[in-house]
Write a protein of this length. Structure first.
Length: 95
Protein backbone atom coordinates (compact mmCIF):
# COMPACT_ATOMS: atom_id res chain seq x y z
CA UNK A 1 0.00 0.00 0.00
CA UNK A 2 1.49 3.38 -0.99
CA UNK A 3 2.42 5.76 1.77
CA UNK A 4 1.09 9.28 2.22
CA UNK A 5 4.66 10.51 1.88
CA UNK A 6 4.90 8.98 -1.60
CA UNK A 7 1.67 10.70 -2.59
CA UNK A 8 2.91 14.06 -1.29
CA UNK A 9 6.23 13.65 -3.10
CA UNK A 10 4.39 13.00 -6.36
CA UNK A 11 6.08 9.62 -6.81
CA UNK A 12 4.51 6.74 -8.66
CA UNK A 13 3.27 4.32 -5.96
CA UNK A 14 4.35 1.39 -8.14
CA UNK A 15 7.97 2.56 -7.87
CA UNK A 16 8.03 2.69 -4.08
CA UNK A 17 9.75 -0.10 -2.17
CA UNK A 18 7.19 -1.13 0.47
CA UNK A 19 9.95 -2.47 2.75
CA UNK A 20 11.53 0.98 3.11
CA UNK A 21 9.40 3.22 5.27
CA UNK A 22 11.51 6.36 4.99
CA UNK A 23 12.42 6.17 1.33
CA UNK A 24 13.20 9.90 1.12
CA UNK A 25 16.51 9.26 2.88
CA UNK A 26 17.48 6.98 -0.04
CA UNK A 27 16.67 9.46 -2.78
CA UNK A 28 19.69 11.38 -4.10
CA UNK A 29 19.28 15.12 -4.61
CA UNK A 30 18.00 15.84 -8.10
CA UNK A 31 20.26 18.41 -9.69
CA UNK A 32 19.17 17.67 -13.24
CA UNK A 33 15.74 16.87 -14.52
CA UNK A 34 14.92 13.45 -15.92
CA UNK A 35 16.94 12.83 -19.09
CA UNK A 36 19.10 15.83 -18.19
CA UNK A 37 22.18 14.17 -19.69
CA UNK A 38 21.75 13.13 -23.31
CA UNK A 39 23.05 9.66 -24.28
CA UNK A 40 25.39 9.16 -27.21
CA UNK A 41 23.34 7.46 -29.93
CA UNK A 42 25.85 7.38 -32.78
CA UNK A 43 29.37 7.01 -31.36
CA UNK A 44 32.29 7.47 -33.74
CA UNK A 45 35.45 5.38 -33.50
CA UNK A 46 38.97 5.45 -34.90
CA UNK A 47 41.61 2.74 -35.08
CA UNK A 48 43.45 2.19 -31.80
CA UNK A 49 46.70 3.53 -33.29
CA UNK A 50 44.92 6.78 -34.22
CA UNK A 51 43.03 7.26 -30.94
CA UNK A 52 43.98 10.49 -29.12
CA UNK A 53 44.26 8.69 -25.76
CA UNK A 54 47.03 8.92 -23.20
CA UNK A 55 48.73 5.62 -22.26
CA UNK A 56 47.26 5.72 -18.74
CA UNK A 57 43.80 7.02 -19.71
CA UNK A 58 40.89 5.02 -18.31
CA UNK A 59 38.48 3.35 -20.71
CA UNK A 60 35.63 0.89 -20.62
CA UNK A 61 36.61 -1.82 -23.09
CA UNK A 62 34.45 -4.55 -24.54
CA UNK A 63 35.13 -7.34 -27.00
CA UNK A 64 32.57 -9.62 -28.63
CA UNK A 65 32.61 -11.88 -31.70
CA UNK A 66 36.09 -10.68 -32.67
CA UNK A 67 35.12 -7.00 -32.52
CA UNK A 68 36.44 -4.66 -29.81
CA UNK A 69 35.62 -1.10 -28.78
CA UNK A 70 36.92 1.32 -26.16
CA UNK A 71 34.88 4.06 -24.49
CA UNK A 72 37.04 6.74 -22.80
CA UNK A 73 35.99 7.73 -19.30
CA UNK A 74 36.90 11.32 -20.18
CA UNK A 75 33.91 11.31 -22.55
CA UNK A 76 31.62 9.19 -20.36
CA UNK A 77 32.09 11.60 -17.44
CA UNK A 78 29.95 14.10 -19.32
CA UNK A 79 27.64 11.92 -21.41
CA UNK A 80 27.38 8.81 -19.15
CA UNK A 81 25.42 6.57 -21.55
CA UNK A 82 26.30 5.20 -25.00
CA UNK A 83 23.81 3.22 -27.06
CA UNK A 84 25.85 1.17 -29.49
CA UNK A 85 26.17 -2.16 -31.27
CA UNK A 86 28.91 -4.75 -31.01
CA UNK A 87 29.15 -8.07 -32.81
CA UNK A 88 25.68 -7.47 -34.24
CA UNK A 89 24.10 -7.03 -30.76
CA UNK A 90 22.76 -3.81 -29.26
CA UNK A 91 24.68 -2.77 -26.16
CA UNK A 92 24.44 0.01 -23.59
CA UNK A 93 27.64 1.34 -22.04
CA UNK A 94 27.27 3.46 -18.92
CA UNK A 95 29.52 5.10 -16.35
Amino acid sequence: MPSETADRAGLDPELINPRVEEFESYLPPRLLGLDGIRPVYEPRFVAAADAPLEDEELIIGISLEGEAKAYPITVLRFREIVNDELGGLPILVTW
